[in-house]
Design a protein around this ligand. Structure first.
Ligand code: HGY
Ligand code: MN
Ligand code: MN
Length: 416
């Protein structure tokens, strides 16, 4: 009977629309940077929805929010998690879809009167994006003990604040301990944020893992001087080296298989038309599904940057912001996602994730898998991010049935 169970698509769309009003940008999209007032408002709404659903809500010391639906047996939950923080020019689906679809799974099971042997938990992790406070997946890493609480609280953001100060300021440091909770399995529904599913006309991605991520911040110090009077041979211009580094990042992406590279932030100081910069501060995001190739890209970039800096007579300081090797998900659980998608009549393909996700923090400790749905035009981290309602519904139904299979419905009850 539970095979016929389906989520309430309109209710899920209503929650997405309500959440999208928090941090809404004038032209569309949202800005809910981690631990800002907008993030706090979203957290309060999420907790209110969890309480309406009768979930046992726990907030841990790094601000991760977990709402748990009891099973007939105690024990580690099947966790459906993602994030509700966004980048500054974010869409309404990145992260938020996975958390609200988790609530929809709970509401659907409640309506059908289905109990499960194992608990089902819905989780929203602090600071997944890493845009304000690096690294990304910060809250999930602390939750799983891969990053220490005090180390995380001490992280300084792009605006000079710290995680701890902002967490305390918005009153989101909870009583629950971190680092020790284990789950029975971890599932994350997420938009693909890339072009593949749409290009192939496929509705569901059964995600096999996440590619390696290397984030670094470079501070390049030179000699500030007059733009008109300083002979070119006398210059020590960090702006030149920064520009050459950005061109190098693009070149590496063309030369190393599977490599992508991005310069997302670049600031020149003092940043005036007639002043040779004193300093350039920039970020480089390198990713590759293959660890050896990612290391080769890092080494090539380091070597060429040293040569550029020596030639221009500037100094370079590198600060690692995030570094994750590629992570594989649980093959059997990926297969389960495929099977549930097919049973629901959806096309499905196995694929790797180009983006980082909270799921990768759980992969070493529990069977973990992700479900992707298409992003229109492959666009994300952009206010025009969009996923069609039928794809939202399909993904949430795959999440429902995969979660139900893992949490094991109690026979003979409700829709079971
Ligand atoms: O950058 C990422 O891959 C993720 O969106 N945090
Ligand atoms: Mn995300
Ligand atoms: Mn994102």
């Amino acid at each position: 009977m539970s095979r016929n169970l389906r989520i309430d698509a309109a209710r899920l769309q209503d929650r997405l629309a309500r959440m999208a009003r928090i941090g809404a940008l004038p032209g569309g999209g949202v800005c809910r940077l981690a631990l800002t007032d907008q993030d706090r408002e979203a957290r309060l709404l999420l907790v209110a929805w969890m309480e309406e659903l009768g979930l046992e809500v726990v907030v841990d010391a790094i601000g991760n929010i977990t709402g748990t639906r009891a099973g007939t047996e105690p024990g580690p939950p099947v966790m459906l998690g993602s994030h509700i923080d966004t980048v500054a020019t974010g869409g309404i689906y990145d992260g938020t879809l996975g958390v609200l679809a988790g609530l929809e799974v709970v509401a659907t099971l409640d309506e059908a009167g289905i109990r499960t042997r194992h608990p089902i938990a819905v989780a929203a992790f602090t600071g997944e994006e890493g845009a304000r406070f690096a690294p990304d997946m910060l809250g999930a890493l602390v939750h799983q003990g891969a990053l220490g609480l005090e180390e995380a609280r001490a992280i300084v953001g792009i605006d000079g604040t710290t995680v701890g100060a902002e967490l305390d300021r918005i009153g989101q440091a909870g009583p629950a301990p971190v680092g020790t909770e284990r789950v029975r399995a971890f599932l994350e529904l997420h938009i693909e944020q890339g072009p593949r599913l749409e290009a192939e006309g496929t509705v569901i991605g059964a995600v096999t893992g996440v590619q390696g991520i290397s984030w670094a911040e470079y501070t390049i110090e030179g000699t500030s001087n007059h733009a008109g009077t300083t002979p070119m041979a006398m210059r020590h211009d960090p702006g030149l080296v920064a520009a050459a580094l950005a061109v190098l990042v693009r070149r590496l992406a063309g030369e190393i298989e599977g490599q992508v590279g991005t310069v997302g932030r670049l600031a020149l100081e003092p940043g005036l038309v007639n002043v040779i910069p004193a300093r350039a501060v920039m970020t480089v995001d390198l990713r590759n599904p293959d660890e050896a190739r990612l290391q080769a890209a890092e080494a090539r970039l380091g070597d060429e940057l040293a040569r550029l800096a020596a030639a221009e007579g500037v100094t370079v300081t590198r600060r690692t912001l995030a570094r994750f090797p590629p992570k594989l998900f649980d093959d059997a659980l990926v297969g389960r996602v495929e099977a549930e998608a097919r049973a629901l009549g959806h096309s499905v393909t196995r694929m790797a994730s180009g983006a980082g996700h909270d799921a990768q923090a759980f992969a070493p400790n529990a069977p973990t898998a992700m479900i992707f749905v298409p992003s229109r035009g492959g666009i994300s981290h952009n206010t025009t991010e969009y996923t069609a309602p039928e794809h939202v519904e399909a993904g949430a139904n795959v999440l429902l049935h995969t979660a139900l299979a893992l949490a094991m419905p109690v026979a003979g009850e409700g829709g079971a």
